[in-house]
Write a new protein. Structure first.
Length: 287
């Protein structure tokens, strides 16, 4: 009788018939919110893994710029739209590279490949200040080197075709470009935080494996929407590297306008994630 009662309670295959959902599932798995990262962690400076992560960010951003700038230049060189991959191809190049590079570097550095993502994770206290600064420096250096290698192939063509630099296109104002960049960066960072949420990772074992997919897809969709406006500058390293190597006044002017979108985007993101009962704007003292 005891065996039959147990079967009734657990089901014939010994699994509970009612699986807990949401907060209940997280509690059953013993989930605990990870402690916030310290503001400054000097011990990291003595660890090889710290520098290995920075090198991974450098290499990933280098490859990202190399592939994407070549794609943009290929489209610009084409005599007509039908002779190139077009906007869709550019968007796929950006989104596909992010998917591949995040997958390759997630276990080493976290797969940021974007100072905006690094800055957002720092504000959320998921990494220390020294690691955030190191990542951003390596990302920008990798972007400059990636764009520089492309320019080294054909310097004249690079300058004539715009070098993949972000500029506000004709018919749009700088305000339009700024608004598009704010929304685009928000979409990307919101997706990154959702795809890497620790609570979801604790509940669903497949989430960490699939995390690069929604991130890459978000980059693809944002590029489809904003390439006609600004060329899409949601990655400060990508915009900075192309602007430095291209080195034209209009590229620099629009680049500086695009960078203002980062703080506004993270302000929106943090407000969205905060508990309404404990909501307090964490950026009010920083902006």
């Amino acid at each position: 009788m005891e065996g039959k009662e147990e079967d009734v309670r657990l089901g014939a295959n010994k699994f509970a018939e009612r699986q807990p959902l949401g907060t209940s599932a997280q509690t059953d798995k013993g989930y605990k919110e990870p402690p916030p990262a310290p503001l400054f962690e000097p011990g990291e400076l003595l660890s090889w893994s710290f520098y290995r992560a920075g090198i991974a960010e450098f290499v990933a951003t280098f490859l990202f710029l190399y592939i994407t700038v070549l794609t943009v230049m290929g489209v610009s060189r084409a005599p007509n739209k039908c002779a190139s991959v077009g906007i869709q191809g550019i968007a796929w190049a950006f989104g596909g590279m992010i998917f591949a590079l995040v997958y390759c570097t997630a276990g080493i550095s976290g797969g940021h490949i974007n100072p905006a993502v690094t800055f957002g994770l720092f504000l959320a206290r998921k990494l220390s200040l020294n690691r955030a600064i190191f990542y951003i420096v390596m990302q920008c250096l990798g972007a400059i080197c990636g764009a520089g290698v492309v320019k080294g192939f054909q310097p004249t063509q690079y300058q004539l075709l715009g070098g993949g630099a972000n500029v506000v296109n004709h018919g749009y104002t700088k305000g339009d470009g700024l608004g598009a960049e704010i929304v685009g960066t928000f979409v990307l960072v919101y997706t990154v935080f959702s795809a890497t949420d620790a609570k979801r990772n604790a509940r669903d074992s497949h989430v960490p494996i699939l995390a690069p997919l929604p991130i890459g897809f978000a980059v693809f969709l944002v590029h489809l929407a904003t390439i006609p406006i600004t060329g899409t500058g949601i990655n400060p390293a990508r915009s900075l590297g192309a602007a430095i190597v291209f080195n034209r006044d209009h590229a620099w002017d629009d680049h500086l306008e695009h960078r203002e979108e980062a703080a506004t985007s993270f302000r929106k993101h943090m407000i969205t994630l905060e508990n309404p009962q404990e909501q307090e704007d964490p950026l009010s003292s920083m902006l």
